[in-house]
Write a protein that binds this ligand. Structure first.
Ligand code: NAP
Length: 557
């Protein structure tokens, strides 16, 4: 299918505009998992696609995050594309939780095998995307001087693609090696004999600490909020296991799509207080031994029942005492004051053990706050710690950062920046009123971050593709959700968010990690299948919640 047919009524625009612009059917921004699926799908539909990617190659977060110890926290089998049986059968995962080099190799394999790379311009950052209402086109410009126009634009910019420096004065003064986890050098970095500091103890920091601790001369871990982390218990996958998986991929994908988190990890319908304390203990111990996110899946109500949540939190805190030999350090490592799983639960293989090494030092920034970064290191209230290397694992401007980082201008010159002033608004996390023909994959107010990002990306692209097909079939040129549909969706998201404990921690999920960002949980917390249901309903009722325009109408507007 080519949407050119739907464009035949578009009147000629002013000559100067058209001269410089290349014309395609769909522009895709981002070559992470969402962008890769999008480019493949649209090409298979016969559309002309132009992708842009700031990085040098495909892979998104796995292209950028080359930090030591980077590893996926969902099973690799699950964290892989289900849209191509060729890929499923030809690629073989080596570990249950693959490390970044294997993940990046996977995304490169997919790009090669499906010939995706030729559709992208790499090392090219999009500067602006501006809707031309008269011509019903998105006009996208890049930092390399590209000007491309297309009736459709898909922002596959990812929920975690804008790294965030800490708001600590003096960062530019530091004379030692400065590394950002999410912009890690492509060359090997040596820690041997060096005094290394790391700021941040989220999923990223935890993975780095356990890897760098044994290698560094000294490692200083600047911890503000401790995270809950549980054993990953990673393992090599045997050929028999992989062969079995390959035989059953279709069923595994189906099971994943039907589970709240979009994955095949354990989940339960059992309420915490429905079983005896002994049984609870036994179930938690079993889950702990099993590893991964099994503890989260042991009971159904851990994200809604505060008392149940606290008891599980206490179970995990007690595990820290079992490992960390210094009781003062063990105590400082214990997360308190927020529900377990309200922050992204971390998985580790030797995080707590690392603090038993004589060269690893915990700096508790809750009691000894960082005041500045100096030429030589980090100064806390109690004094300066000299460092040869400082690593920043200080997180991201999540969910909204990528779309706010450049000019996205919709109908009537309204910018996403204006629209999201009070917090991210969208319909289904996929589209926004006032931004015709603009789509997002894993966008805010969808389930991103709470479910398997690859399953969400595939779903979102399929949904977008179906809408584009619908428009071509009906010779429609523009589409956007009604303001009411968006309002109603935001109300659903808000109401659900109010019922979950996920709102009760200061995290990137709620925007608490970025100064002046509007606070609020802009995630759909009703589970992946429910989300899919809502999206399907929005399509099957004849797209009643959308306003369509044909080319003549939009030209006259
Ligand atoms: P994060 O969870 O937002 O953690 C950032 C850390 O930096 C926090 O510990 C934060 O402390 C600290 N920090 C920020 N500013 C600070 C300051 N001025 N002083 C002291 N500490 C400061 O970021 P992340 O670890 O990069 O993880 C982000 C998300 O990426 C995760 O939630 C997960 O979804 C994803 N991720 C996944 C994997 C995986 O699959 N294995 C790995 C890495 C990341 P406060 O909490 O006190 O602000």
């Amino acid at each position: 299918m080519n949407v050119e047919s739907a464009e035949t009524q578009i009147p000629a625009q002013t000559a100067t505009d058209r001269q410089a612009a290349a014309r395609v059917d769909v522009i895709v921004v981002g070559a992470g998992c969402g962008g890769m699926v999008a480019v493949y799908k649209f090409r298979e539909m016969g559309l002309r696609v132009q992708g842009f990617e700031a990085g040098g190659n495909v892979g998104g977060v796995w292209y950028w995050n080359r930090y030591p110890g980077a590893r996926v926290d969902l099973p690799s089998i699950d964290y892989s594309f289900g849209f191509s049986t060729v890929i499923e059968q030809e690629w073989t995962w080596s570990e249950e939780f693959a490390a970044q080099p294997e993940l990046l190799a996977y995304f490169n394999f997919v790009a090669d095998r499906l010939d995706l790379r030729r559709h992208f311009r790499f090392e090219t950052r999009v500067n602006s995307a501006v809707w031309d209402d008269a011509r019903a086109l998105w006009r996208v410009t890049s930092d390399r001087g590209d000007v491309v126009e297309a009736p459709y634009c898909v922002m596959a910019t990812g929920p975690l693609s804008v790294p965030k420096d800490p708001e600590i004065p003096g960062l530019d003064r530091f004379r030692g090696e400065l590394h950002r986890a999410a912009r890690w050098p492509h060359e090997p970095v040596s820690f041997a004999g060096k005094r290394v500091g790391i700021i941040g103890t989220g999923s990223t920091g935890i993975q780095i600490v356990q890897e760098v601790g044994p290698q560094a001369g000294e490692l200083f871990v600047f911890q503000r909020t401790p995270s809950f982390t549980m054993p990953m218990r990673n393992r090599k996958l045997t050929p028999d296991y992989v062969a079995e998986v390959k035989r059953h991929y279709a069923g595994l994908r189906q099971a994943a799509r039907n589970s709240p988190n979009g994955g095949v990890r354990p989940s339960s319908t059992r309420a915490f207080f429905s079983v005896s304390p002994e049984q609870r203990r036994g179930l938690l111990e079993d889950a702990w031994k099993q590893g991964g996110l099994s503890v989260l899946g042991t009971f159904a109500d851990l994200l809604v029942n505060e008392e149940a949540n606290e008891q599980v939190a206490e179970f995990v805190r007690a595990k820290i005492d079992d490992v960390v030999t210094d009781p003062v350090v063990a105590d400082k490592l214990k997360p308190r004051g927020y529900p377990i799983f309200a922050r992204r639960p971390c998985l580790d293989s030797s995080y707590y053990e690392t603090f038993n090494l004589p060269n690893v030092h915990l700096v508790d920034c809750l009691t000894d706050e960082i005041v500045e970064i100096t030429e030589r290191g980090v100064r806390t209230r109690s004094g300066e710690i000299e460092l040869d290397m400082l690593i920043l694992a200080t997180g991201y401007d999540g969910l909204t950062g990528a779309l706010l980082a450049f000019d996205v201008v919709g109908r009537g010159g309204v910018r996403v920046n204006d629209k999201w002033k009070e917090g991210a608004r969208s319909y289904l996390g996929l589209m926004m009123a006032g931004f015709p023909n603009l789509f997002m994959t894993t966008g805010p107010n969808g389930p991103a971050a709470l479910a398997n990002i690859i399953r969400i990306s595939e779903h979102d692209v399929d949904w977008i593709a179906a809408l584009i097909n619908h428009m071509a079939d009906n010779r429609l040129a523009t589409v956007e959700p009604t303001a009411k549909a968006e309002d109603d969706w935001m109300e659903i998201v808000r109401a659900m968010a109010g019922r979950t404990l996920v709102s009760k921690a200061k995290t990137w999920y709620v925007g608490a990690n970025v100064k002046d960002k509007p606070l609020g949980l802009t995630l759909f917390t009703g589970g992946f299948p429910k989300y899919v249901e809502y999206c399907a309903a929005a399509a099957t009722d004849g797209y009643r919640n959308f306003v369509f325009g044909n080319a003549k109408r939009s030209a006259a507007a």
